[in-house]
Design a protein around this ligand. Structure first.
Ligand code: HEC
Length: 87
């Protein structure tokens, strides 16, 4: 009986982690919808020499493409900064 409980707990844990990973990915996609291929976010960020989360936010909200980013939320930008490992 104990073994079964341990198995169920382990399974729930793995599934939970999987769901978390999935949520992270879904967030990153808010940018990836438009930023793919040549315009992938990591390439844009490197080309614009953006090296901080604040810099990223400024480029998105106040940059020449701010109008395209009207629907982008602060959460999206924060998630993108995290994915890009910006501080
Ligand atoms: C509706 C489509 C769309 C979405 C969603 C979008 N972008 Fe963009 N973004 C663009 C386009 C188009 C450009 C211009 C690309 C170019 O100049 O080649 C751009 C340019 C940029 C630039 C460069 C700005 C500059 O200074 O020229 C940054 C940084 C950027 N996006 C970040 C983001 C981040 C971060 C997200 C998600 C939080 C995001 N974008 C979501 C379409 C989008």
């Amino acid at each position: 009986m104990k073994k079964i409980i341990a198995l169920v707990v382990a399974l729930a844990f793995v599934l939970g982690l999987g769901a978390l990973g999935f949520a992270e990915e879904a967030k990153a996609l808010a940018c990836d919808k438009c930023h793919k291929g040549d315009k992938a976010l990591d390439k844009v960020v490197a080309a614009k020499k953006i090296d901080s989360a604040a810099g990223l936010k400024k480029a998105v909200k106040e940059g020449p493409k701010a109008k395209l980013h009207e629907k982008v939320t602060d959460d999206d930008i924060a998630a993108a900064a995290k994915t890009l490992k910006l501080k």
